[in-house]
Write a protein that binds this ligand. Structure first.
Ligand SMILES: Cc1cc2nc3c(=O)[nH]c(=O)nc-3n(C[C@H](O)[C@H](O)[C@H](O)COP(=O)(O)OP(=O)(O)OC[C@H]3O[C@@H](n4cnc5c(N)ncnc54)[C@H](O)[C@@H]3O)c2cc1C
Length: 266
């Protein structure tokens, strides 16, 4: 069997299958039906190495069998999940004076990496107090295409801290000009966070599929996310990844859905 991973990286479906096999064998043992290699499309890659056992038609899970829990259709649907990377930074400033009148969220143009910043303690009663230290959370911008998200991830992980810092220095000195702010004097600390798979990217066709037209009647059809998140035995798929948008309501929606799926099993 060719090792596709060497050329293509580990696919999302492989990762999910690996997790499922681990979860299946650990928590439900052989009660989850597993599909054997023989039933899979030839292009499918596999998450584990080594012997697959002597019976390729085994349909009950065994720890020694490298079998897949996902059907080819469900694996294909999972391949439609796109996750985008994002960089964030928490920047502690000596005094809130330069930002105290800006409101919660300030967007600006022209940065190498950054798109906006929020004032971390803005929701509290202290928001109008200029004589406090505060933290500004900066969010990275990402305008890359769906296909380019993996490259963006590599760039994110290989960009030196100093490059992000230099960009912030230039940005803050520029957008806070005339507000008695100097990055080297007023920034106390900067914490950088590189989130490789930070949020689901709701590309066209992911939240909703295009409806089909049958004899002049428009019929709605489920998009791939509905197929991807089909419950398998006692395993349910939560999280924003199989919902439509990178937002808390998607995470909450996934929680409600999976609760409904597992409650009858308790
Ligand atoms: C920078 C940024 C800004 C955002 N801003 C907003 C906003 O303003 N408003 C909004 O509504 N949404 C926002 N979002 C999106 C929102 O945060 C997410 O949609 C939401 O947190 C997703 O929740 P979740 O439970 O699906 O996944 P997560 O919050 O990612 O939780 C998944 C958890 O699973 C854990 N985990 C992963 N693998 C394993 C494993 N193998 N074993 C055990 N645990 C594991 C992880 O550590 C994590 O704790 C933002 C996201 C980012 C990244």
């Amino acid at each position: 069997m060719p090792d596709h991973r060497r050329d293509e990286g580990i696919k999302r479906r492989d990762f999910i299958n690996g997790m499922l096999i681990a979860a299946g064998t650990a928590s439900v043992g052989s009660s989850v039906p597993m599909r054997a290699f023989a039933q899979l499309a030839p292009s499918t890659t596999f998450p584990c190495d080594g012997s697959i056992g002597t019976d390729p038609n085994v349909t009950r899970g065994a720890r020694t069998a490298c079998a897949q829990l996902l059907s080819a259709a469900q694996a294909n649907a999972f391949d439609q999940v796109t996750l985008s990377p994002v960089v964030t930074a928490n920047v502690t400033i000596r005094s809130a004076t330069p930002v105290v009148d800006l409101g919660y969220d300030a967007y600006y143009w022209g940065s190498q990496y950054w798109a906006d910043f929020v004032v971390a303690d803005w929701v509290g009663p202290n928001r109008n107090n200029p004589n406090r230290q505060t933290v500004l959370t900066f969010y990275g911008g990402n305008t890359a295409s769906v296909e380019d998200q993996p490259n963006e991830r590599i760039k994110l992980l290989t960009t030196p801290f100093s490059s992000h810092e230099d960009s912030l220095r230039a940005d803050m000195n520029r957008v806070l000009a005339g507000r008695n702010f100097d990055f080297d004097r007023d920034v106390i600390a900067m914490y950088l966070y590189r989130w490789g798979h930070s949020m689901v990217y709701p590309k066209p066709g992911w939240p909703f599929s295009a409806p089909i037209n049958k004899n002049g009647q428009v019929i709605r059809v489920p998009s791939p996310r509905f197929y991807a998140r089909q419950q398998i035995g006692r395993i349910s798929f939560g999280a924003q990844d199989v919902e439509s948008s990178p937002a808390n309501e998607s995470a909450i929606g996934a929680g409600v859905r999976t609760s409904g799926e597992v409650l009858p099993l308790l």
